[in-house]
Design a binder for this molecule. Structure first.
Ligand code: FES
Length: 151
């Protein structure tokens, strides 16, 4: 599974390829939002502009899905390596800084440390469910309960 290394929280979190970054963060209890976002975020619609994350320079362009049109519009006055978590799908392992707008003391050193330890690449597809028993042939024919069949 791709690994998301959250620098501010010093946590590594696994997710499935294609999972939404915001949903993974919230599921794992990562504090994605600042005060404004906590008080009223849009729920992931790309309208409130409060779910900023920063991805360090040099991260694979394929680690997250490409910027959406919403991000192009909403992030036009922000650094190019910022994303809206609600618009980004995780494709490969990566390092992420939540709430970059509040700063992080020693950010560059924290990025260097986070990037120095290899990230597991993880599989590139969702796991296949085990063969369902429902697909197996039933042992006995199913009898009708309507009673309108010919004798
Ligand atoms: S949650 Fe509102 S823009 Fe991402």
């Amino acid at each position: 599974m791709p690994l998301i290394r959250f620098v501010r929280e010093a946590r590594d979190v696994e997710c499935y390829p294609g999972e939404n970054l915001r949903e993974v963060a919230l599921r794992e209890g990562i504090a994605l939002y600042g005060i404004k976002g906590v008080l009223g975020n849009c729920g992931g619609c790309g309208q409130c502009i409060t779910c900023f994350v920063e991805v360090p320079e040099g991260t694979s362009a394929a680690a997250l899905s490409p910027r959406t049109g919403v991000e192009d519009q909403k992030l036009r006055n922000r650094p190019p390596n910022w994303r809206l978590a609600c618009q980004a799908l995780v494709q490969e392992s990566l390092v992420v800084l939540t709430r970059p707008q509040v700063g992080l003391q020693g950010k560059e050193a924290a990025f260097a440390t986070a990037l120095a330890e290899p990230l597991a690449a993880g599989p590139i597809a969702w796991p296949q469910p085990p063969q369902a028993e429902a697909e197996a042939e039933p042992d006995e024919p199913i009898e009708s309960t309507t009673g309108d069949e010919a004798p």
